[in-house]
Design a protein around this ligand. Sequence first.
Ligand SMILES: *[C@@H]1O[C@H](CO)[C@@H](O)[C@H](O)[C@H]1NC(C)=O
Ligand SMILES: *[C@@H]1O[C@H](CO)[C@@H](O)[C@H](O)[C@H]1NC(C)=O
Length: 359
Amino acid sequence: MTSKLFTAVATIVLFSALIVVQKPFNGKPRQMEAVPITDAVGPESVAFDPLGDGPYVGVSDGRIIKWQENEHRWIDFGTTSRNREGCLGQAEQESREQICGRPLGICFSEATADLYIADAYMGLLRLGPQGGFATPITTHADAIPFRFTNSLDINQSDGSIYFTDSSSLYQRRNYISVILSGDKTGRLLKYEQGSQQVTVLLTNLSFPNGVALSKDGSFLVFSDTTNCRILRYWLTTPRAGRLETLAQLPGFPDNIKRSPRGGFWVAMHSRRVKIVTWILSCPKLGRGLIWLVPVEVITRAYSVLSKLRGSGMAMRISEEGEVLETLELKMSSMSEVQEKGDHLWIGSINLPFLGRYRL
Ligand SMILES: *[C@@H]1O[C@H](CO)[C@@H](O)[C@H](O)[C@H]1NC(C)=O
Ligand SMILES: *[C@@H]1O[C@H](CO)[C@@H](O)[C@H](O)[C@H]1NC(C)=O
């Protein structure tokens, strides 16, 4: 027992040292405004309704909240779970996520003004324009339940939804385990409005995360988080069905959003540090670490350390994968960058505010 504890402590110290020592990527972080969120944290994904109102974000206690710019406050819009007892104010109590819900990816249908939600625990849901309780659409595909529904994008012409289930084994609060164990049970899926069928497009993926359609819809891109890559999957043209690497990144990519100025914003959860590369090169090591150290401890240590390091990073990449722009802000980690007008709205999985940055 003592030796186990010793190994655990030694591992964390090593982990910490290597994270702290990492150099900042590119000069000084830029300033941004924090729009505070009370009673909850982690506005993971950002969406605007078809009238341009919002942003809307999903937060840690399972609510979807809407920003009222004129009143300068957030109002409640909806939830993904009906069982709300004890949910309010669940700032960082991840143990209740599977009861309260954890809405991650959100996106409006421009035709119907319905909000589609990928909730980490509740699957794919729809929330009407009046808000309230979301209606479940699907929770499994090919007889395998979703375990970590994560992100989505909508084909605005026919309403079909492309979404990711990051793992069939690990839930969101154990996301570190998905990376450390080298898990490859993630899936890319499609939901069709007409037939109401879910199709599995790709299986055996390692932490598929953010997903976004290209401007003309001929392909989609998604984050291969464990391998710090963006993959491109062709939907139409003679290349349909082909999967390629679009970009290799210096960090772990989370959500991806199209930029109105072209290309995609890719937000990075954290930089890829040497120790992680090293652990990933040997899955046994990662699994050993998960076995030795409770995953909450690893997650907490990682999050405290990235807060200490204090700067988050995102990149705008072209449809061909070239880096067009790098954004570094005083924000320990970013989950999404959503560009609207002359502002970038920046989400995270664990911070008590939404970032707003003037371009
Ligand atoms: C996925 O992985 C499993 C187990 O390794 C394998 O049996 C299966 O053929 C793979 N499926 C595809 C589509 O590659
Ligand atoms: C989007 O929907 C339109 C209309 O059905 C279709 O022509 C187009 O191929 C779809 N795009 C994708 C990527 O599925």
